[in-house]
Design a protein around this ligand. Structure first.
Ligand SMILES: Nc1nc2c(ncn2[C@@H]2O[C@H](COP(=O)(O)OP(=O)(O)O)[C@@H](O)[C@H]2O)c(=O)[nH]1
Ligand SMILES: [Mg+2]
Length: 308
């Protein structure tokens, strides 16, 4: 085993490496580069599953039982819980921290919460980096839990090999609302809490609502707390994952770069807004004293080529 693999194999080291990439910069890039080299040397590919859906749908519970099933099949499983709001509420993060200690002696498990004070973009940036590190540490299955909140979905869809959307039985009209957004990025839609009344009705409504045929997501009815349908779910995840092929790591680096570019752009826009440069230029354009052409390069540093 190469030294780097040993280095990343220890969960404590992995946790520290993730802390490093939580602060973008040269040290973070160095860590990511080492991780990619480690993975390439081992030619290992992890299966990254994005788990999304409304709060309370059962994402954390599902991730936990999926991890149990995969772990008992001998797979090394990591759970990354992404929660943009957790630093405000404290609740979800605390819950996830409790889970970290559930398997303290099992080197085949890793759980980590990721919460940054930054924008959705920086969260996507850190998540992509963390996933690359976890893969390098030899985890086969990486479950990334995120909240169903627009920005996070786009990030997770770019990053993950398989996107799982979790619905609760009480969704009702929300199911319709979600169809417009989250369901579009779903590879698999799971109606959770099949032990509860209403789950079957939600499942039926979704089956009718989702266009069946090419491109339509898989639809499953499960119960995380009763551990019903979980083996089937894992099989479906693996099937969808294998259809995707082994481009996963490239996709994760792409997601990382896109998130970095978006964060950079965001910062430029904020700066131009705060400094008044944006307003000044807009006033000049309206008054005819400055051209529209070139405004993007003047304000945001775009090259003239992309400024057409
Ligand atoms: N009855 C029932 N409750 C569940 C099931 N899965 C999760 N729950 C409960 O639903 C609540 C929210 O679950 P959680 O996993 O934290 O949802 P998340 O916010 O999507 O991560 C918790 O009280 C869980 O115990 C299930 O299959 N059946
Ligand atoms: Mg949760």
């Amino acid at each position: 085993m190469p030294a780097d693999v040993k280095h990343f194999a220890a969960r404590r080291e992995l946790a520290q490496a993730i802390s490093t990439v939580e602060r973008p910069g040269a040290a973070a890039n160095q860590r990511i580069q080492v991780a990619l080299a480690t993975s390439a040397a081992e030619s290992r590919h992890a299966l990254v599953v994005g788990i999304t859906g409304a709060p309370g749908a059962g994402k954390s519970s599902l991730a936990a039982v999926l991890a149990d099933v995969a772990r008992s099949a001998g797979r090394r499983v990591a759970i990354l819980a992404i929660d943009p709001s957790s630093h405000e509420s404290g609740g979800a993060l605390l819950g996830d921290r409790v889970r970290i200690d559930e398997h303290p002696d099992d080197e085949g498990r890793f759980t980590r919460s990721i919460a940054t004070r930054g924008s959705g973009h920086s969260l996507a940036y850190v998540t992509a980096a963390a996933t690359i590190l976890v893969e390098a540490a030899g985890f086969d299955l990486i479950l990334v839990e995120t909240v169903g909140a627009g920005q996070a979905e786009i990030g997770i869809a770019r990053l993950a090999d398989v996107v799982l959307v979790v619905e609760g039985p009480e969704s009702g009209d929300e199911v319709q609302a979600m169809k417009a957004g989250i369901l579009e990025v779903a590879d698999i839609v799971v109606v959770n809490k099949s032990d509860r009344p209403g789950a079957q009705a939600t499942f039926d409504r979704l089956r009718t609502g989702l266009a069946l045929g090419a491109g339509a997501p898989e639809l499953l009815l499960v119960s995380a707390s009763a551990s019903a349908g979980i083996t089937e779910l894992l099989t479906t995840i693996d099937e969808v994952g294998s259809r995707r092929g082994i481009r996963g790591r490239i996709r994760r680096v792409e997601a990382h770069l896109i998130a970095a570019a978006e964060a950079h752009m965001d910062a430029q826009v904020r700066e131009a807004t705060a400094s008044g440069a944006l307003t000044t230029r807009a006033e000049q354009i309206v008054a005819g004293s400055a051209p529209l052409a070139g405004a993007l390069s003047d304000l945001f540093g775009f090259s003239e080529d992309s400024d057409a």
